[in-house]
Design a protein around this ligand. Structure first.
Ligand SMILES: CC(C)(COP(=O)(O)OP(=O)(O)OC[C@H]1O[C@@H](n2cnc3c(N)ncnc32)[C@H](O)[C@@H]1OP(=O)(O)O)[C@@H](O)C(=O)NCCC(=O)NCCS
Length: 143
């Protein structure tokens, strides 16, 4: 299969920095932050097939929090992010994400995947945007 995600390794730091910069621009982590992310045992980092995107997930028990997800602009709307989330959170009973209220594409993306708003943090981001906290419970969890 060519469409499987793979866990990032220590020698993917340069790749992760490049992807992050191309996707998030000024909001990208620097190299030191990626080294810290990779060294954090509570974090899982996966790369999409052909390194077209990445996801970082924090798991604590049954809950998985999506910390960062992005796909290179030229490969969007091909189901890559959907696959990154499905494959990296398949063991989760509940998934959570904070999304900037002005990130329309991301809000629509999470809604399409079945996430629902459960709370807001007012003016959470530096530009004054709210953080929308979204949740998705696994169908079999009973949550
Ligand atoms: C949000 C993001 C990760 C989505 O990645 P993607 O690979 O394009 O998403 P998918 O192709 O898996 O989309 C799955 C579904 O989500 C919805 N969706 C995704 N992007 C959308 C958009 N821009 N507008 C409306 N709906 C969208 C659609 O329903 C889509 O299914 P469809 O293409 O069959 O209609 C991508 O746009 C991105 O990297 N954005 C910049 C970084 C970012 O904002 N990350 C999220 C921070 S919380």
């Amino acid at each position: 299969m060519h469409d499987n995600i793979r866990p990032a390794q220590a020698d993917d730091i340069a790749l992760l920095c490049d992807l992050d910069r191309l996707i998030f621009g000024a909001n990208a982590y620097n190299e030191e932050q990626w080294v810290t992310e990779l060294g954090n045992s509570a974090r899982q980092i996966f790369l999409a097939a052909q390194n077209r995107g990445f996801i970082t997930v924090q798991s604590s028990g049954d809950d998985h929090e999506i910390i960062k997800i992005g796909v290179l602009p030229e490969y969007r709307r091909q189901g890559i992010a959907r696959k990154l989330i499905q494959q990296s959170t398949d063991a989760a009973k509940r998934c959570l994400i904070d999304v900037a209220a002005d990130n329309r594409a991301a809000l629509q993306f999470y809604q399409a995947l079945g996430f629902r708003e459960i709370a807001r943090r007012r003016k959470y981001y530096a530009n004054g945007s709210d953080a929308v906290i979204m949740e998705k419970a696994a169908p079999h969890s009973g949550a």
